[in-house]
Design a protein around this ligand. Structure first.
Ligand code: ATP
Length: 253
């Protein structure tokens, strides 16, 4: 479905992506894992049209995306759930969801999707008329995912869904994402800092560090976590960090 070929992105003189290649097949759950500043958000932004690579290619079902406007990419079925759970705090849950579908021309389809999406998120249905700013962090994460689904996407990209959420809530968010993959036929590309979580939920994993893919493989081949640790921290290139700093880095979460 998605093919990224050797993309390079700079912010001024800073080289954020230095040749990133990855693929996502239809129906897959692919996770991009890496430390702060690795380039994960930039990779998703490049796919969604928010930043423009100065070299390389991005294709969605064979169609080149570089240079297309974000709205046009969204119309092709790509939806990005950005980091940080940006809800419209003073609008109700229902209004937040409907905003997701405002670009759609098929009004009756959007209304049907509104109902179907709520069936995946019973907590949102209970709070439909409540201002979104009053929701818990986990509920807000569900709301931004629900809002993304209102665009009728085929590829959903979620940037760090677990940031700042309790582990139990994070598991619930992932379980909903996986059940949506089945019931809605979605393809998922998810950014994460915690390699433990991606080992549990991903089909395939890419480790990004310093703007480069350091490792990629099926999650089933990486279950002991050792290769991911090495790629994540760059062991072998630099002295290994002390045990305490490994946990702080996020892999042990
Ligand atoms: P995080 O988990 O902290 O969001 P990340 O892996 O998503 O990290 P990016 O946000 O893609 O990484 O950042 C990659 C590099 O680009 C970092 O050095 C970051 O400081 C820099 N960067 C990101 N966005 C911008 C921007 N708009 N302008 C300048 N530099 C940026």
């Amino acid at each position: 479905m998605l093919e990224i070929d050797d993309i390079h992105v700079n912010y001024g003189r800073l080289q954020a992506l230095r040749g990133v290649s990855l693929t996502v097949a239809e129906g897959e759950v692919v996770c991009l894992v890496g430390p702060n500043g690795a380039g994960k958000s930039t990779t998703l932004a490049a796919i969604a049209g928010g930043v423009t690579p100065h070299a390389g290619g991005i294709k969605l079902q064979g169609r080149g995306l570089i240079g297309m406007a974000p709205e046009a990419i969204s119309r092709l079925g790509v939806s990005l759930v950005p980091e940080g759970r940006h809800v419209f705090a003073s609008l109700t849950v229902a209004e937040n969801l409907r905003i997701g579908g405002f670009q759609r021309r098929d009004r009756s389809g959007a209304a049907a999707d509104f109902e179907r999406i709520l069936s995946h998120f019973p907590r949102l249905r209970e709070r439909l008329q409540q201002p979104a700013g009053q929701l818990s962090g986990g509920e807000q994460q569900m709301l931004v995912i629900g809002r993304a689904l209102m665009t009728k996407p085929r590829l959903v990209m979620v940037d760090e869904p677990s940031l700042g959420l309790a582990p139990l809530i994070v598991d619930q968010v992932y379980e909903i994402l996986l059940s949506l993959r089945q019931s809605e036929g979605l393809t998922l590309l998810i950014n994460e800092q915690s390699s433990k979580r991606v080992l549990k939920f991903a089909d395939r994993i890419y480790v990004l560090r310093g703007g480069r893919i350091q490792l990629h493989d099926r999650a089933s081949n990486l279950q002991d976590g050792k290769a991911i640790m090495e790629a994540y921290f760059g062991f072998g290139e630099h002295p290994a960090p002390a045990a305490g700093s490994v946990a702080l880095g996020g892999v042990a979460r």
